[in-house]
Design a protein around this ligand. Structure first.
Ligand code: ZN
Length: 283
């Protein structure tokens, strides 16, 4: 199942360029509000499974109408240094505990459009994003996937100068300028993948491949992250976890390279789709 936010309304993607408006298709049983579906995730999965193969009310949709499929999570978790090759390029050793930070809610954005560049060194980090579908508190890794509604693509855009200001790293603030947390274009349920623990992800700038990795290379795979986070903090339906980025960020290059006005950033996870953003100069 592929869930989308089409023009701000909860939708199910039924085919290329085709989607079903859930409020209409369910005759009001499910609201159009996208975020609220995660509170009733099990019920929604059951409803979607019962839909006819060719349901009435399908609409033709264009990509630019797709917004963030998780527009208002109560908690946003992000994980640093979760791929050994990225830890290495960042001059850190592979962590024994996952470093955790947040991206503040106002940084979240949709899968297409412009990202305004603030002053500084603005870097890219393509990531798999896991979305919680069932409350998770003290969940063991072997049961963790059953608490996941689905996965999507995220970019953990980061300003590297602010990130290193002060006595301790300012990850949360430096990764939370407006537009620094785009998510989308669709949430895909884990059953859609041949192997949900091994997905290819990557990003390109102006057509040049900058990052390419496999989620099977995570230091702490999705189930382990959920186990460790939920050992401390209950994870709530609709919460978002940015799961870390593989090698190939601008900070790790010689010479270092950062996003510039006019750049086009394409981010993908195979089996999910791609996001496409244009970088523009700030005022
Ligand atoms: Zn990151």
């Amino acid at each position: 199942m592929r869930v989308a936010n089409v023009s701000g309304r909860l939708s199910l993607v039924t085919g290329p360029g085709r989607a079903l408006d859930v409020e209409l298709a369910s005759e009001g049983r499910f609201a159009s509000d996208v975020q609220s579906v995660y509170e009733r995730w099990d019920e929604f999965v059951e409803f979607a499974a019962g839909l006819e193969a060719d349901p009435a009310g399908e609409l033709t949709v264009s990509p630019e109408t797709f917004g963030n499929p998780v527009p208002a999570p109560r908690q946003v978790f992000a994980i640093g240094l979760n791929y050994a090759d990225h830890a290495d390029e960042s001059s850190f050793s592979v962590p024994e505990e996952p470093p955790v930070f947040t991206k503040f809610a106002t940084s979240l954005a949709g899968p297409y459009g412009e990202i305004v560049l603030p002053q500084g060194n603005v870097d890219w980090e393509v990531e798999l994003v896991a979305v919680i579908g069932r409350r998770a508190h003290r969940v063991a890794a072997e049961n963790a996937w059953s608490h996941v509604a689905g996965v999507t693509i995220g970019q953990d855009i980061s300003e590297r100068l602010l990130q290193r200001v002060g006595p301790a790293p300012q990850f949360s603030l430096a990764k939370s300028y407006p537009g620094f947390g785009p998510i989308g274009p669709v949430l895909v349920t884990p059953d859609e993948f041949p192997d949900r623990d091994n997905l290819e992800l990557g990003c390109l700038i102006n057509g040049e491949q900058m990052q390419k990795g496999q989620t099977s290379d995570m230091v702490f795979p999705v189930p382990e992250l959920i186990a460790r986070l939920s050992a401390v903090t209950p994870l709530l339906p609709g919460d978002v976890i940015f799961t870390g980025t593989p090698a190939g960020v601008g900070l790790g290059r010689t010479p270092e390279r950062y996003l510039a006005p006019g750049d086009e950033l394409v981010s993908y996870v195979r089996g999910v789709g791609e996001m496409r953003h244009h970088l523009v100069a700030g005022s």
